[in-house]
Design a binder for this molecule. Structure first.
Ligand SMILES: [Zn+2]
Ligand SMILES: [Zn+2]
Length: 455
């Protein structure tokens, strides 16, 4: 097809018009650090602030002064531990926020890391969690203040911290988004109702600046960034890093947290209810950064674990191999318990021994899907950096609390069929599948009670 000159001219004009719509005039705001400081100063000395020419810094240990964890109906077994969000690991906000050429949507990215910091120094994550689809609020994963502890035992919110309005009053922001724009509550700073929010839950304010609002429904707070931010691997590049002392633990389906007490400054008690029975964790934070845990499960003696500050590493990030130290500590307190003797002639197959643990719905039969659910949790628990493979550094830490978790540690050579030194999920699935096929004699996708007994 040949284009006439008129068609070309028309096309060209159209392109110009489209370009004019997209290239919004660059808008830069200048923030007064004294004004930004006001919200945070309400929580001094738990929250400290400082600033230079370009940036405003917020420091905290991420332990709020309100009750935590109670109200969670889907608990991942993590608990809040103080975090070192200070010095070079503080929150950093630009004092010259500017509109991004292309605003970022929190529905498409930002599923990891903080997107805002609350006035009380607690990081706020995207309401949608790492899997990119689950609304943590609707999934029952949040406590009565919209928070919970993450993989590094780091407490954070996933909702706008509207409970802080009581302390802050209506005119101070509840939080600041990491693009440098403030987040207000359900009303405007002057008390009037909120109107005309854009798709990011924000709008230009009466003061000439831009701000976001908390809302009762999704996105709950800034639904992404209207302002410019640097992203790296789908999260805000510059933000504090959590440091965990122990491996990621597995979510307990149906576990509801019923109590959280702080008997003194360094000790915490958490109680959870699962299947009509109560479990508890008491833990204490040592001055040097270490932590001790006592787990009490119904019908079994208390179990202790201790981790020293040396075990601390980035949450979900590549860290040192110092975790082995934590493992030694644990073995000592557990009396160096070992796995079954492989030379024992009466040894039963792994699948049969662990069937009660794998049988998630407790009906006495082991379904293929139940085994695969355990593999999925095992894999995700070990794969701390979400790289899609479990490296030796990752699986050599204390076993995750899944049925397959211990097996993966003891039989890593067998599982690593391509010999690349790391375990892929497919490799784990293959081994588990082989064990299942062997036990499932009638191939009905269930190892039933009779088949379990035959072994
Ligand atoms: Zn979270
Ligand atoms: Zn507003």
């Amino acid at each position: 097809m040949r284009l006439t000159r008129l068609q070309l001219l028309l096309g060209f004009t159209l392109c110009l018009a489209v370009a004019a719509v997209h290239a919004s005039p660059e808008k830069v705001f200048t923030l007064d650090p004294q004004t930004v400081a006001k919200s945070f100063q309400v929580f001094d000395p738990d929250v400290r602030v400082r600033w230079d020419e370009d940036y405003f810094y917020v420091e905290s240990n991420s332990m709020p002064d309100h009750r935590m964890m109670v109200g969670i109906r889907a608990w991942n077994q993590q608990v809040p531990l103080p975090q070192p969000y200070s010095g070079g690991n503080a929150f950093q906000l630009t004092l010259r926020p500017r509109y991004a050429e292309t605003p970022i949507s929190g529905k498409e990215t930002l599923f990891r890391g903080a997107i805002a910091v609350a006035a009380n120094g607690i990081p706020i994550f995207n309401p949608i969690k790492q899997d990119g689809r689950t609304d943590t609020n609707l999934a029952g994963e949040l406590d009565e203040f919209g928070g919970h502890a993450g993989r590094a035992d780091d407490y954070h919110y996933h909702l706008g911290p509207v409970h802080l309005a009581e302390r802050l009053g209506p005119d101070l922001p509840l939080a600041w988004a990491l693009d440098g724009f403030p987040i207000y509550g359900y009303r405007e700073p002057d008390g009037s109702p909120v109107a005309d929010l854009d798709w990011l839950n924000g709008h230009p304010g009466a003061d000439g600046g831009y701000h976001y609002h908390a809302t009762e429904d999704y996105p709950y707070l800034n639904g992404g960034f209207r302002g410019e931010v640097e992203l790296r691997d789908g999260e805000v590049a510059v933000q504090p890093r959590a440091r965990g002392v122990r491996p990621y633990t597995r979510p307990l389906r149906g576990a509801a947290i019923t109590a959280f007490e702080r008997p003194d400054d360094t000790t915490y008690q958490l109680e959870c209810k699962l299947g009509g029975e109560y479990y508890s964790v008491e833990y204490s934070v040592e001055r040097n950064g270490g932590a001790g845990f006592v787990f009490t499960d119904p019908g079994s003696p208390p179990r202790t674990e201790r981790y020293s500050a040396r075990d601390r590493r980035g949450g979900g990030k590549k860290g040192g191999s110092k975790r082995a130290e934590g493992r030694r500590d644990e073995q000592r307190t557990r009396g160096g318990r070992k796995g079954p003797d492989p030379n024992d002639p009466n040894r039963r197959p792994w699948l049969v021994v662990h069937a009660p643990e794998l049988d998630a719905n407790g009906d006495g039969d082991l379904a293929y899907a139940e085994l695969m659910a355990d593999i999925e949790t095992t894999f995700q628990s070990y794969d701390q950096d979400d790289s899609g493979r479990v490296t030796q550094e990752e699986y050599s830490v204390r076993g995750v609390r899944t049925a397959f978790g211990g097996y993966a540690q003891q039989h890593s050579d067998e599982i690593d069929s391509d010999g690349d030194g790391a375990l892929s999920k497919q490799e784990m699935v293959s081994v588990a599948e082989r064990m299942f096929r062997r036990a499932d004699r009638n191939s009905d996708q269930t190892v039933d009670r009779a088949e379990l007994r035959e072994r």
